[in-house]
Structures are given as structure tokens and as C-alpha cells.
Ligand binder design. Structure first.
Ligand SMILES: Cc1cc2nc3c(=O)[nH]c(=O)nc-3n(C[C@H](O)[C@H](O)[C@H](O)COP(=O)(O)O)c2cc1C
Length: 181
């Protein structure tokens, strides 16, 4: 797929088929995250793939509650990827503190997009999920108390009638400029 086409095809998929994702494809997704760039090459992430169906359902249920149920679609996702934020290299910690920049958050975002673009190329739908019950997810996946969960990504195959949506975005004029703000 040509890069522009890949970007267009990548969209948040919120309907999934009851079909497992092949281990060889999961391997490629892991590799896409492994190769992502990061500040000082710190690679401040641990990627947890949740492909156990029972556990996946529990993770899904930790992304919504009765009041805020917009992530309810997640219960149909057969697999989840959970990006845990790891400590970056000391140089990145010092640099981030001096410059007041959260480099690991930037890094996690890039890694997540690598994951989603690779999934798109493989015909697998994804949705990045930033709204979740972190305490529950940490408990379910035995993530150490002091770590933070950066992002959860649901993934799976989607129905044939799942159409490509028009991307609602700011205009080029609104979101970009040349040579000044
Ligand atoms: C950091 C982040 C957090 C997000 N959290 C959620 C979420 O909790 N639930 C959800 O349905 N979509 C979530 N999304 C998906 C966005 O809503 C979606 O990317 C945006 O509306 C653009 O649509 P598109 O992905 O289809 O192009 C999140 C996306 C990002 C990047």
C-alpha cells in the first residue's frame, strides 16, 4: 500500500468480527512497535499483547462503565495491545526535566501509530483507547503498581460492510503555516 493510502485506510475501527488474529500477524505488529523511534532511543515502553479471550474481555470491560460507555464496542475486540510506559534513559529524564517535556508520552504515541499503521496494512482494524480504568488494567495484567499505562489499543478483523469514513480534520490553513505561527 502506498503511504498516503495507508494513512487514509487507517481509521478507528469500533466493530470486530469474532475471528482471532493470527500469531504471525501479531508478531509483525510487535516488530512495528519495536522499530519505532524514541527520544535518545530510550524505547520507554513495554507492549503487552492480550490475546487470551477471557482476559481480553476483562480488559475491554475496564475501558468503560455505566456512566461513560462510549468504549463499549471494545467487548467485541478479540485482542488488545497495552502500552506500558517505562522509565526512559537517564539522559532523557534529565533532558525532559530541564526542558519540561514528557518525552515518553511522545514516544508512546509514535509507537502506537506504528502499531496501527502496520495493522492497517495487514487488514486488521484498531482503535486507540485513552479512556480506561488504569487501576483495573494494571491488576488484570500484573503491571507493577508504580508503572503507568500509556494507551490501550483494541484490534481485530472487521466486517466487510465497515466503510471507510471521511476523515473529519481541520483544514490545511487551520493546522499548518510556513515560516511563522
Ligand atoms: C490518544 C488517543 C486516545 C483515544 N481514545 C479513544 C477512546 O478512548 N475511545 C475511542 O473510541 N476512541 C479513542 N481514540 C480515537 C479517536 O477518537 C480517533 O482517532 C479520532 O476521532 C480520529 O478518527 P480516526 O481514528 O477514525 O481517524 C483515541 C485516539 C487517540 C490518539
Amino acid at each position: 500500500m502506498d503511504f498516503k493510502e495507508l494513512i487514509i485506510q487507517r481509521q478507528s475501527v469500533r466493530r470486530y468480527l469474532d475471528k482471532p488474529v493470527e500469531p504471525a500477524k501479531i508478531e509483525k505488529l510487535v516488530e512495528a512497535v519495536r522499530l519505532a523511534p524514541s527520544a535518545s532511543n530510550s524505547q520507554p515502553w513495554k507492549l503487552i499483547i492480550v490475546d487470551n479471550r477471557e482476559l481480553a474481555e476483562k480488559v475491554a470491560k475496564a475501558t468503560f462503565d455505566k456512566v461513560l460507555a462510549f468504549n463499549k464496542f471494545a467487548v467485541d475486540a478479540p485482542v488488545f495491545a497495552v502500552l506500558v510506559i517505562e522509565k526512559p534513559k537517564t539522559i532523557t529524564q534529565i533532558g525532559g526535566s530541564i526542558k519540561k517535556r514528557e518525552f515518553p508520552l511522545i514516544d508512546i504515541g509514535i509507537a502506537a501509530e506504528h502499531f496501527c499503521l502496520q495493522a492497517t496494512e495487514l487488514g486488521i482494524g484498531t482503535c486507540m483507547i485513552g479512556w480506561f480504568n488504569e487501576r483495573k488494567i494494571k491488576k488484570l495484567l500484573q503491571i507493577p503498581e508504580k508503572k503507568r499505562v500509556g494507551l490501550v489499543i483494541s484490534l481485530g478483523y472487521f466486517p466487510d460492510d465497515y466503510n471507510l469514513c471521511t476523515k473529519i480534520r481541520k483544514t490545511k490553513e487551520e493546522m499548518s503555516s510556513f515560516n511563522k505561527y
